[in-house]
Design a protein around this ligand. Structure first.
Ligand code: IPM
Ligand code: MN
Length: 369
């Protein structure tokens, strides 16, 4: 299979975790005789430094010509000055918008070897298997006008705008995904306060009619925040607007013990997608070989699954991650009493070794058959 992959490492720990994903994919493509072409582009702070623009034309064009995009992380204190109107995050937001990637999938499930790394009790987290579907190209992130007003700029304005079709397409996606899972959709909103949420509810009820086999419930976002740490196993698919999804997914990550574990896929109606870990650029540990590369590596597995239809290859990566965790290896972000703490590059090597072992075993078995 020939595929062009845009590689955008970004800032902070982005380049370190990205090197892991690319090495893993290279290994997979060698084993299965695929031809993955990796092409790098600048985004975020590193693109500001080079071009004065967090999403240069060249990067956007590269993404538009690729079959899928891998992204590390953007941002950091270097570009943090509030008065500065050019911010690294704008690069990521513009990329999501320009590429039309409206559905952000953030799966959260308990990794058995990491059960004790969660701050929550074992019995609360052990059966969790949920999927947050976050609307990604609308809402407060893209409201207009977003500005400071008044003579002394004493008023700040952000607007929460949703168009019917924007809600419809993401809700539709959530129902389709629920059908392949445990057939339950929890739609999260703030309908007791926000008009956009009341419209959101109407759309969900409308779409739900097409999926009589899927159970649908509405939950207010504050209550969801509470339920997520009270009884997270009740959730299957959660669908929600951009900012609510951003906040709830960080909260849900603690079920796994670390934000560093979580992958994400940002999709549109065709097969093109952007794959990035849920975590940020973690500038405090950047360049120190301490970052957890698993969220990025698992994002690469999601790319194989969703954009390329290579389920078998994706499963091999996911198994390699599980096996490595089962052997007790983990990076410093995970608080495990009896684990073996290793660095970023060692973790990447372990995953590669595990993929090779798996392949060797499969090879032997095939030879015997
Ligand atoms: C995320 C991040 C981004 C977001 C930032 C970096 C703009 O927090 O992907 O969750 O808020 O969407
Ligand atoms: Mn976030």
């Amino acid at each position: 299979m020939n595929k062009r992959i845009a590689v955008l490492p970004g800032d902070g720990i982005g380049p370190e975790v990205m090197s892991g994903a690319v090495r893993v994919l290279q290994e997979i493509s060698d084993c299965f005789h695929h031809n993955f072409i990796f092409e790098e582009g600048l985004i975020g702070g590193s693109a500001i430094d080079e071009y004065g623009n967090p999403l240069p034309e060249s990067t956007l064009n590269l993404c538009k010509e690729s079959d899928a995009i891998l992204l590390g992380a953007v941002g950091g204190p270097k570009w943090d000055s509030i008065s500065q109107s050019i911010r690294p995050e704008q690069g990521l937001l513009k990329l999501r918008k320009e590429m039309g990637l409206f559905a952000n999938l953030r799966p959260v499930s308990a990794f058995q070897p990491l059960i004790h790394a969660s701050t929550l009790k074992k019995e609360v987290v052990e059966n969790v298997d949920l999927l947050i579907v976050r609307e990604l190209t609308g809402g407060l992130y893209f409201g207009e006008p977003s500005e400071r007003r008044g003579e002394n700029k004493e008023t700040a304005i952000d607007t929460l705008v949703y168009h019917l079709h924007e809600i419809e397409r993401v809700v539709e996606k959530a129902f389709q995904l629920a059908r392949k899972r445990r057939k339950k959709v929890t739609s999260v909103d703030k309908a007791n306060v926000l008009e956009s949420s009341r419209m959101w509810r109407e759309v969900v009820n409308q779409v739900a009619k097409k999926y009589p086999d899927v159970i649908v419930e509405h939950m207010l976002v504050d209550s969801t925040a509470m339920q997520l740490i009270y009884r997270p196993e009740q959730f299957d698919v959660i669908v929600t607007e951009n900012l609510f999804g951003d906040i709830l997914s960080d909260e849900a990550s603690m079920i796994t013990g670390s934000l560093g574990m979580l992958p994400s896929a940002s999709l549109r109606s065709d097969l093109v997608g952007l794959y990035e870990p849920v975590h940020g650029s973690a500038p405090d540990i950047a360049g120190k070989n301490q970052a957890n590369p698993l969220g990025m590596i698992l994002s690469a597995a999601l790319m194989l699954k969703y954009s390329f239809g290579l389920d078998k290859e994706a499963n091999i990566i996911e198994e390699a991650v599980m096996n490595t965790l089962n052997e007790g290896y983990h990076t410093g972000d995970l608080n495990l009493e009896h684990g073996k703490q290793i660095g970023t590059s060692e973790m990447i090597n372990k995953i590669i070794d595990s993929i090779n072992e798996n392949q060797a075993i499969t090879g032997i078995l095939t030879a015997y058959i």
